[in-house]
Design a binder for this molecule. Sequence first.
Ligand code: NAD
Length: 484
Amino acid sequence: MSQVVPITVARGDGIGPEIMDATLFILKEAGARLAIEEIEIGEKVYLRGNTAGIEKEAIESLLRTKVFLKAPITTPQGGGFKSLNVTTRKLLGLYANVRPCVAYDPFIPTKHPGMDVVIVRENEEDLYAGIEYFHTPDQVQCLKVITYGGCRRIVRYAFEYAVRNNRKKVTCFTKDNIMKLTDGLFHRVFDEIGAEYPQIEKEHWIVDIGAAKLADTPGAFDVIVMPNLYGDILSDVAAQIAGSVGLAGSANIGREYAMFEAIHGSAPRRAGQNLANPSGLLMGAVMMLVHIGQPEVAERVHNAWLKTIEDGIHTYDVAKEGKNPYTKQQVGTREFAQAVVERLGQKPQQLKAVSYAAAPQNVQKDEPPPPAAKRELAGVDVFIHHPPEDPNRVGAMMQAVAGDGLELVMISNRGTKVFPDPLPATLLCDTWRCRFQPKAGAAVTPRQILSLLERCVGAGIEVVKTEHLYTYDGKPGYSLGQGQ
Ligand code: NAD
């Protein structure tokens, strides 16, 4: 039997304290071996003038225990408050978000009986890196950051999750038919790591049609791994169509630290009335118990909870104002927790009982560095601020600064090639991307690029950014303009 495990607990705002009390009561009665450190986060901390919503002592507790059970918080209205979830995720390096989306038919109404999908979402990179620029009055950019190491970590996590939880298939969603380099890397790493798991079925879907299939036929999926933005959207879709937004828990996992919570918010209108459903947080806590090496307690809690749902003991949100024919008794938060405790040791008869095996604390292997390749500087994209006008005139202006071994290869505007050979229908903005490369086969030096920029400045051209172009083993590490 494992030791008592220190964890950090935050009761949060709104319904948070009630659902946390109910959850901790069930865990204690089920025999969880926890040493709880409590911290304060959220609204009160924000309103004391701390824009992060969390104080230094609280962070110290998280760094000490490495395990965080968090109730939902209220983010105060008005600007200037940083998202506590983003702060915690970045502070603790929580790279994986895991959200099981399960239907509990017929006891909880759902359009998709039998749905049982786990979304594994990359949590740190992609468009959520938070790197955005208004380069010119007309054009703003958000950088989509995908790393080889980041892809390996999340894809590894998804496959290890599948193995440990007896799942049969891992599906990858990307949009690599359009984003060939960023999403292409994610897909490539999925194939690479997937090959290490011959016992698991693997498939890849383009995210748009995959999302449509998920919403229509979730039974076609088991574990789905995806980059941050798609995962953010589709984990909500999946939880909603399972019929269980109020019932789903989520785990945020890092190399050393982990955070567990409900997916719903603090529901302030329901606060303090003994109404809220504690199930989402309880399911988060079940994942925590598996994570800290107390799978037998996780199993007791989860099965008792399934039996409670099956016995028709429901909070208001599941009872649906008398419209759920399977509700036998509508209860409050405390009574629901009591009903779960009374069923500890029992298993559901109709819903599928769960079983949890001891999980290794950390599935993270040391991933290899990106594959070695010959990397060569092959040119530069110079982005300039210049009003929309005849692309041939912009072309002539930029050709005048070419030279010293660098030629103007093409100009694009809003991603569409407009020089040479502009098309009349292309709508133009005030940012132009001008690609300079040497004649085929010649090498480029950083100094050539510096000289080019100096010539731009000398000619009164306003450069707003540059992107160096590299080849890897001779293949372009940059997207080509059409027709290039
Ligand atoms: P919400 O999830 O709090 O509520 C949405 C709806 O679901 C409401 O009708 C609510 O009554 C109901 N609901 C939610 N949880 C319930 C439960 N356990 N039992 C019964 N009913 C439940 O979303 P919201 O109203 O958009 O947000 C309220 C606050 O929560 C906001 O300040 C938001 O920023 C915050 N929030 C926090 C988190 C978090 O801490 N992880 C997540 C989402 C929202």
